[in-house]
Design a protein around this ligand. Structure first.
Ligand SMILES: NC(=O)c1ccc[n+]([C@@H]2O[C@H](COP(=O)([O-])OP(=O)(O)OC[C@H]3O[C@@H](n4cnc5c(N)ncnc54)[C@H](O)[C@@H]3O)[C@@H](O)[C@H]2O)c1
Length: 319
């Protein structure tokens, strides 16, 4: 299920050398667009877009979005921001700056060139939610001063900026709230649960489970997510979001660990560790708005997505 378009646009993807950004660049190039990929390579890597470097419609620029950018584009996908706790907590001040100054700079650019702009927001704006599953109308329960706040509050502030630019300057905005997404090109050391489990299983190391492993997460495969993101960009100007994108299938950490062990054929054992601060106990998207607005629903089951991700990690480990 892919979207095809006949009109070629100039599209900026910030964070384009990251996990999701690189898949987005692939799809936009496939659709015939000119893609400008901007990244400071904090968590992303040239390797993720190496196969695109010789493409005549692809350009890679090293740039930090906390500084202004002057380019001519028709659409902007703003993905620049470290997404895993290990990386966003490494330099929390820079994380907030990336979300907030990055949003201001990209919105400023969109305003100057009258581009349409999409923000990669996150389910983290819901914090440790009291409502399950989370609809877009839920305002969230976020700790403003905790160790996750640089990311959660940074992303919340970015959403505020998007909506103020929309109200104040009539900018065409789209805000997508992404729930846990996984797939090939995830950073092997980013501490996210899927990459952690796979890497540990492939190395035959114990699989680390925080708490009792009964906390649940939903996992969306990257291809499904990118399709929904591109469809969101294609919605009419009156549609701003926020819109949840994710896979509502809910799995406990124990179930995930067992599936990874089965699919890798690993002999790894489970190792239980204390739960980190502010770790949400349950998170699951309500995607009724996405289903109705985008005529979309995730199609890749966890077992298949995990197999494709494991295949990637095996190749990376042996290359
Ligand atoms: N993967 C998920 O499950 C998930 C969930 C919710 C939201 N998101 C959002 O999607 C976006 C992409 O996430 P990802 O999973 O691909 O993570 P990622 O870390 O692989 O990608 C982020 C990219 O942004 C770049 N970057 C970071 N700071 C930058 C800066 N100041 N200037 C320029 N580039 C910068 C990084 O180098 C990297 O290439 C992020 O905004 C993230 O918050 C992802």
């Amino acid at each position: 299920m892919t979207t095809k378009t006949s009109i070629s646009k100039r599209i900026l993807v910030t964070g384009g050398a990251g996990f999701l950004g690189s898949h987005l660049c692939d799809r936009l190039i496939e659709q015939g667009h000119d893609v400008l990929c901007v990244d400071n390579f904090f968590t992303g890597s040239k390797r993720n877009v190496a196969h695109l470097l010789d493409h005549p419609r692809f350009e890679l620029m090293r740039h930090d979005v906390t500084f202004p950018l002057y380019v001519e584009v028709d659409e902007i996908y703003n993905l620049a921001c470290p997404a895993s706790p290990v990386h966003y907590q490494y330099d929390p001040v820079q994380t907030t700056k990336t979300s907030v100054h990055g949003a201001i700079n990209m919105l400023g650019l969109a305003k100057r060139v009258r581009a349409k702009i999409l923000q990669a927001s996150t389910s983290e704006v819901y914090g440790d939610p009291e409502v399950h599953p989370q609809p877009e109308s839920y305002w969230g329960k976020v700790n403003p001063i905790g160790i996750r706040s640089c990311y959660d509050e940074g992303k919340r502030c970015a959403e505020t900026l998007f909506f103020d630019y929309w109200r104040q300057h009539q900018l065409r905005i789209k805000v997508v709230r992404i729930f846990n997404t996984y797939g090939p090109r995830m950073h092997p050391n980013d501490g996210r649960v899927v990459s952690n489990f796979i890497v540990q299983a492939l190395r035959g190391e114990p699989i680390t489970i925080y708490g009792d492993g009964q906390q649940t997460r939903s996992f969306c495969f990257a291809d499904d997510l990118i399709e929904a993101m591109i469809r969101t960009m294609g919605t009419g100007d009156d549609f701003t979001g926020p819109i949840n994108i994710g896979n509502p299938g809910e799995f406990t950490m124990l179930e995930l660990a067992k599936l990874v062990i089965e699919l890798t054929g690993s002999s790894s054992k489970l190792k239980f560790m204390p739960l980190p601060a502010d770790d949400p106990k349950q998170r699951r998207p309500d995607i009724r708005l996405a289903e109705a607005t985008l005529n979309w629903k995730p199609g890749v089951p966890l077992r298949e997505g995990l197999s494709r991700t494991i295949e990637y990690f095996r190749k990376v480990a042996t290359s």
